[in-house]
Design a protein around this ligand. Structure first.
Ligand code: ZN
Length: 368
């Protein structure tokens, strides 16, 4: 890309990310045990003395102290620093993917050529960046809790969902493009054959062409997009859980997984979480195989895979979008596919029950 001045943002964005990572550390340490985020201030877990502000700086604090408490010299985990480093790179990755590489195909350089030539990110750009950064930060915090304790705390997913719903009316599709740039589609066949749907924060509105009296870019459309994303996200894992536990006679997915998808849906819309759900099988299998090989247990966190699936789905939308377009805007086809997936899932659950397939430890005593 020919916007060399944009690179000056990478360091500030990394510092912002590592500061958010520092807060994620506090959230992940305190929320699962129902402690307050604000009180007491950060303290050493060994001598309980408060940590001085310059020792508490992200990454630098850990390196400065060489991983030991500044007061009693008890070593503390380097995990805190790695979360800060990873969040820093997550934010840099988001910035690069969005503005330098335009992976999602928003068309930033067409929309704001003049600003970006001089290394400026337009306000609409920062709005998109902040929305996605809030979404990813919540997904990361939820995933870390899931890895740590196999549970996704409700306060994280509820907060994230409320953020998503609150932001949705202000960033209605096709934001950041102007609503007027939306092509008027005559028929469904037109849409399938040639039409490019402009990409917003949520790549697509819940339906296209936007139905009824709803206008592209209106707060009503944004709110409906957020609510529908939330509902589909919340129901996806629940339906799988119900069908599987009904047919198999044992627990399927955790409730926390549904809450994580509800949160992702409120930010990204129903299409992205639906595709993300299927994509999460790939990281899920990798994580599961690794876990069985190295730890020998089958009880594994699925939250990180779901989060990863949704992010992959969002960024591969320029390729996946056209493929799922014929399916996603045809209610009959969608319905048939949905019902047959449920039937297949139920049938495989029953088959597993009688064949004695793999069981997990949560309920191996219950299943018979
Ligand atoms: Zn100490």
């Amino acid at each position: 890309m020919d916007f060399p001045w944009l690179w000056i943002w990478l360091l500030p964005v990394f510092i912002l990310g590592s500061a958010v990572g520092s807060f994620i550390n506090v959230v992940v340490t305190r929320i699962p045990t129902e402690r307050s985020l604000l009180w007491p201030s950060s303290h050493c877990l060994s001598c309980f003395r408060p940590i001085r502000w310059f020792h508490n700086l992200p990454i630098i604090g850990y390196l400065w102290l060489r991983g030991k408490c500044g007061n009693c010299h008890t070593p503390y985990s380097s995990r805190y620093m790695w979360v800060e480093v990873c969040t820093g790179f997550l934010f840099v990755g988001l910035f690069v993917a969005e503005f330098l590489a335009d992976v999602r195909g928003v068309g930033w350089s067409k929309l704001f050529l003049y600003e970006m030539k001089f290394g400026l990110i337009p306000l609409r750009g920062w709005a998109v960046f902040i929305c996605l950064a809030i979404c990813f930060s919540h997904l990361l915090a939820a995933s870390l809790c899931d890895i740590q304790s196999l549970e996704i705390p409700l306060p994280i997913t509820i907060t994230g969902t409320l953020f998503g719903l609150a932001l949705a009316p202000f960033t209605a599709w096709p934001f950041p493009s102007a609503p007027l740039s939306v092509p008027q589609i005559a028929t469904w066949e037109d849409l399938l054959r040639k039409s490019q749907i402009p990409v917003g924060i949520m790549p697509w509105p819940f339906w296209f062409p936007v139905p009824w009296e709803l206008e592209a870019g209106s707060w009503q459309l944004g709110l409906i997009d957020g609510i529908l994303g939330m509902i589909v996200g919340a129901l996806l894992c629940r339906v799988v859980r119900w069908v599987y536990s009904f047919s198999r006679g044992m627990e399927g997915m955790g409730v926390g997984d549904s809450d994580l998808m509800m949160m992702a849906g409120a930010f990204l819309g129903w299409q992205v979480v639906l595709v993300g759900f299927f994509l999460s099988v790939v990281p899920g299998i990798l994580v599961g195989t690794g876990q069985i090989l190295f730890k020998g247990t089958q009880s594994l966190p699925f939250g990180p895979s779901l989060a990863l699936g949704c992010v992959i789905s969002l960024y591969s939308w320029p390729w996946i979008g056209p493929m799922v377009k014929p399916l996603f805007f045809e209610p009959v086809l969608m319905g048939i596919l949905g019902i047959s997936s449920i039937l297949i899932l139920g049938a495989s659950g029953i088959a597993f029950r009688f064949l004695g397939g793999p069981s997990n430890d949560i309920s191996s005593g219950v299943a018979s």
